[in-house]
Design a protein around this ligand. Sequence first.
Ligand code: PGA
Length: 240
Amino acid sequence: MLIAGNWKMYKGPVEAREFCARLRARLFGLEGVDVIVCPPYPSLHDCCGILANTEIAVFAQNAHWAKEGPYTGEVSPWMLKDMGVGGTLVAHSERRQMFGETDESSALRIEGSLDAGLHVIACVGETETEREAGETENVVVRQLTAIKTVVADENLERLAIAYEPVWAIGTGRTATPEQAEEAHKLIKAHLDVPVLYGGSVKPDNAEALLSMRHVDGALVGGASLEVDSFAAICEAAVRS
Ligand code: PGA
């Protein structure tokens, strides 16, 4: 089981330090779950320091594809690796919807991060309109196909997919365990890697989702911002 907390644009260095120290104490000795936090860039350094030599990994929320170059405002995955970051999220739907991320640019970012030696959680998922139009399978397969083209076999072990139906992100509407299971099964038929569910995962629905056969973990947004709710989801993963 893998539980990743996507902090989005919350928690600067001061808050992040306090959170990580508390999380480290709270999860000490918890076995059977891999835990990741994804702070915003300015907090990465402090989180890497506090969580060094623990079982909790630190991922970025995005990365460029090049090692270095004239790319104002972008961050190199090689630089992230140098500072002790373990991996990165790529293609989150907020990046796709608000910042022009496409299947193609996402694929480049995934390739760059894997080349730099990072792990990657690549996000896929349909919008509400796409689901209602019966397009879920087409959309998810299209997104996966773009990802597959850039992942060499030897790098597959550093890739996970997060299935995040866009209509369930930050809305309090979760996919039912059966809907999640169906999508995860489809994804795994195309790409044999761990698949996390994301979209309004909370302590009270985590166990039902994580108990599904093809659900290998969760990508948690809002509920990852409090130590108690995030830790409760990590503990639910151990029971699932
Ligand atoms: P949420 O966010 O848990 O707040 O719905 C999930 C995500 O955006 O990764």
